[in-house]
Design a protein around this ligand. Structure first.
Ligand SMILES: [Zn+2]
Ligand SMILES: [Zn+2]
Length: 232
């Protein structure tokens, strides 16, 4: 698990190997999509498949512990698309390194109990992860090197992770919608620039696994999503 500055642009980027599988489920009161990337091409010293958790919402820790026993994987890192409570709620209990963009990093240590949604997520029971690392450039997860695209607007440190053909999109782009920009730290202006990048930098066949709702593709959203027409 490394995140490194992106000197060579996305030159090293390759599609997800067939030995990597993705398990997705919905967690918590805001129906947040949580994903587990499992690399069955390798095993840890304990004979388990190494896995990475994306956006562990409320309840994700218990769900993933069960899955880990059944499917013989071990979580080696938690990686966050952004710092909102519905995506970070269960990051700390895994006791592994937690990766987040520097501009959302403070959300991992802030007191959410008086913030919007705090009580809904039992924020008083949250603790700051012990090992927080910053996302920058690209990141190796589950047998692939993922491009990290900084897409501020919904939150200052929102990112989208991409390998050719697949994007883990967080709350930037949804099937038929985009992330809210009326939250503390949001910026509608930044969101417009980020959506412009979505339209110009990604491939039409890229499948998008969003932070909420069903999966989609860049091509489908370019054709049907009114928010992308505004920026195109
Ligand atoms: Zn969010
Ligand atoms: Zn969300």
């Amino acid at each position: 698990m490394t995140s490194q500055p992106n000197d060579s642009a996305s030159a090293s980027s390759a599609p997800l190997p067939a030995t990597t599988s993705i398990v997705g489920f919905v967690a918590g009161p805001l129906q947040t999509n949580c994903y587990v990337l499992i690399d069955s091409a390798r095993t840890t010293e304990q004979g388990k498949y190494p896995a990475v958790v994306i956006d562990p919402g409320m309840g994700a820790f218990a769900t993933i512990q069960e899955q880990a026993d059944e499917q013989n994987f071990a979580v080696e890192a938690v990686v966050l698309t952004h710092g909102h409570i519905d995506h970070i709620r269960d990051a700390q209990p895994f006791a592994v390194p937690v990766y987040i963009h520097p501009e959302d990093k403070s959300m991992l240590s802030m007191d959410w109990s008086n913030a919007p949604f705090g009580s809904m997520f039992e924020a008083e029971n949250m603790q700051t992860p012990a090992d927080i690392r910053e996302l920058e450039g690209s990141i190796d997860m589950a047998g692939a090197t993922w491009e990290i695209h900084h897409m501020p607007g919904h939150s200052p440190g929102s990112v989208m992770f991409r390998v050719p053909g697949l994007i883990l999109g967080g709350d930037v782009l949804f099937c038929g919608g985009v992330g809210r920009t009326d939250l503390p730290g949001s910026s509608p202006e930044d969101m417009m620039l980020s959506l412009k990048k979505v339209v110009t930098e990604f491939a039409d066949d890229d499948v998008v696994l969003s932070g909420h709702g069903p999966q989609t593709t860049i091509g489908q959203e370019k054709a049907t999503n009114p928010f992308l027409h505004e920026v195109g």
